[in-house]
Design a protein. Sequence first.
Length: 909
Amino acid sequence: MSAADWKLLEALFHGALEQPESKREAWLASECDDEAVRRQVRAMLDADAEAGDPAEALVSATLHDLASGEQGAAGRSLGPWRIVDELGSGGMGSVFLAERADDEYRRRVALKLIRGFPDPASLERLRAERQILADLGHPNIAAMIDGGTTDDGQPYLVMEFVDGVPVDQWCKNKRPSTEKRVALFRLICDAVQYAHRNLVIHRDLKPNNVLVTAEARPVLLDFGIAKLLEPGSEAGDATRGARYYTPGFSSPEQLTGASVSTASDVYSLGKLFELMLAAGRSDSKPVPRDLQAIAQRATAREPADRYSSVEALDSDLANYLEGRPVEAASRRLGDRAWKFVKRHRLAVSAASLVVIVMLGLVGRIVLESQRSREAEAQARIEAANAEQVLEFLVGLIESAGPGQARGENVTVAQVLEQGRDRISAEAIGDPALRARTLFALGSVYRALENHEYAQSLLAESAALARSLGDVEEEVRALNVLGMSAVLESDRELAEDSLLRAVALSRENLGIDPGERASAINNLGLMHIEFDDAALARELIAEALVIREQAGLAEERIATSYHNLAEAEDVLGNHREAMRLYRIALEMKLRTVGRMHPSYANSLNGLGLAARNVGEWDTRRKSIEEQLEIRTELFGPDTPILHRDYNELANLHHDMGRFQQAIDNYRHAMRLEASSIGGPTQAWLFVNNIGAAYKDLGMPERAEELYRESVALRAARFGDDSNTTARARHNLARVLLQQGRLDEARAVADQALGVRLQELGEAHPDTITTLLLSERIDHARDPSPERLERMAELIEQLAAARSENSFGVLGARSAFARALLDEGQADRARREMEATIDRYRTQLVQGHPLAAALELDLVRLELMQGQPQEAAARLDAQRRTLIDNFPETSRYRRQLDCLDAGNTDPACWR
């Protein structure tokens, strides 16, 4: 379950808690149409009602003692298991060696009798959670094999018996090398991360719960006591009520009874790692500093200061083993800005922290924009002047401190405004330093998307550099100025700035080749934005050659591969784009590391290309990893994440979770609107929300949003841009859905004209609009020839993208319905069944659009005189349709019509 799913559940849960108990169910029904979500909220409410009861900590806590004492349990049979001997006992119960007692086969197991006196409801929770734990299948987790209750109601768990020694004892006995200890610990991390992905936290990681076998295989025990993460909780949210912990290994929040989360397991792993590193080590071989830093970060007192996940911890261990910079070590920043934040953590406003993140002028500080391609355009300040420029910028940041702000919450805008004033008031004497300072402050404004101020400062910086004859500094300022203009869709300023930057860099052969490559690269990015991806590809490839021939840093070469991938993706060469994105990712992993905005940008690009060819697993993993990285870097709700939440919404959309998609699109829109520059991309979010309503079967609502998107795009990009054509294409689709064929054809013609001119006839987007035009014409004047033309275009589209891409699946669904309307029942059935299968096998088993297409199979069966088959199919899909589509949806209307035996499309359209 994604972070957005959790947020939806959490909001519903807290809202329900505010209602009187007698009115909760009615309130929940009014707020949420999804029965599956409502069930999860009810479970959360039930769990909340149990809080404070001894049974609240089931699975991680107390059950029932043997009333007669456990010492005499040997020989006793529980189900098919016979107790052989006691292995140990603890606060939760006793563990016995047991074996099969029914002669079916021989197997030794560990059987745990759990203490406490549970009530029936608690036992039911235990059974449910036990099943989830039994589903954990990992080579480094002791498997849960069985479970049940004794005749007197005492629960027991049957687990894999592990013949091994505690991990600290194994390290002490074997004295392995540091690298082998790290490798062993990574296996442990992999097991814990696997459990976390399945929403299970361990909560009692300690040496005695990690045994190492004779084959050096670590096996984690006692996941049976883990408290399953409650539905609706994010990885960092509370699961309260834990009763069991181990001093020295349990996290501070466990010891104080505060929230327990996956971060608690990260802490315990850090403590375990410290012990593994020290066990059996001679004083002459100290623990490497990087590993000390990793352990220290994992065991930070505050959960927010630890690794964001076990996967992030493991990634840093991989950095160590492969000789890359360790993230934990690089976090030890020495500059004044970071120390200032640490001194005044509570006094610095969240907005001021954004400035600090952006002021990446020394060491590992980054200038990150919100779009993957623009973020690749880097602006650097020469090392010799960096300290002086940083001194100026840090002075601005310190003006947000309690001493100078006098208790006021100083915002980013106020701090940067002071910076503009100080540049004038202080009249920086050195013109070269003034140019660099203007450039630095302008770059911050550009990164925060306040383009008006950015362009003013950068233009002044470029003019000053020109007057000084500093070509390189002028090129640098023109580069960033040009990219700011691209973001504002100011083609004239973008071309003036970037063409001059390229001309200067080519005329002055002594200029740094890196600056020349950046100018050419950015001109290419401009052409991607303004609909000439073929020229963009040529320019970016030229920049790549310059960087490679000059032997520039691999990080810069990786940037070229990323941008080249984007050009290929825009040109419709999606698989080539994926190949290039993967090259960029490999290079970035070696250079900047995983926890870096640039790495996340390439993950985003890979996910977008994967969507176009229907590689859904790659798509999902890319988005999840990208969001994890950028959330850790920038915080969970900063404006810079609006693109990430848009992509998360796209993933929900593709998977058929339309309401979650709408919620995330709106969240992304709110984040983007809260940025310093204000809302600039409403045209994108409005379109995407419209697409979700279209797939919900609500074309009237979608039409309103698409019309708004067309108007916003035309005002921003021009009436004849491909960006505007995309929204027009979408508008034509919903007009067709509503049977407004003349309007649909006129709008589709506008989109098609632009796409033919800008993209060419073979581009997948053009093929999509050609197909839409054929569908409209067929609806106006049906003919077998048009059906065959539609079939040809679908095959072209599938070849350009993939049979599994969302667009191809939608096209095949529409084609199948057209076949049915024309009486080609057998061919329609084949198309429908194949498309339904792809929705369910390639996307998600319960995809609502598959259920919607099943309605047309019901219609077909009714038309063929097969009412029993139709009724059975309708009943099988009823719950999916009701849970996923609102009552106003055309699919719900179709369901009602078919229930009444009416197969006429006029009934539901």
